[in-house]
Design a protein around this ligand. Structure first.
Ligand SMILES: [Zn+2]
Length: 108
């Protein structure tokens, strides 16, 4: 799970995460995309920015629409069902790498 810079991220698509900094601090959402090379994630419904949409073809109107902008991975934390936002550890169980909550040890 290391990127080309050798940095490891434990966040995966569909993880539940909470934003720890910035304008959406404290809000939580589901990870839609992980960009490991840039160290960024896109979280559903968070960090919305207005974007101008160009009309495509005859039936589609242009206009302004809201889309999710990427957040720095360092600004989000994985949410544990028991404890909330938490640091994540990794261990090997039955030959498989699993992630766990560092607070309660629960598998994530
Ligand atoms: Zn926990």
């Amino acid at each position: 799970m290391a990127n080309k810079n050798g940095v490891k991220y434990k966040i995966r698509k569909n993880d539940q995460v909470q934003v720890m900094a910035g304008k959406d601090r404290g809000k939580a959402g589901r990870v839609l995309r992980v960009d490991r090379d840039r160290g960024r994630v896109v979280v559903e419904g968070l960090n919305m920015v207005k974007k101008a949409i160009r009309p495509k073809g005859q039936n589609q109107k242009g206009g302004i629409s809201s889309v999710e902008a990427a957040l720095a991975i360092s600004n989000v934390q994985i949410v544990c069902k028991k404890c909330g936002p938490t640091r994540v550890g990794q261990r090997t169980e039955k030959g498989e790498k699993v992630r766990f909550c560092k607070k309660c040890g629960e598998q994530l």
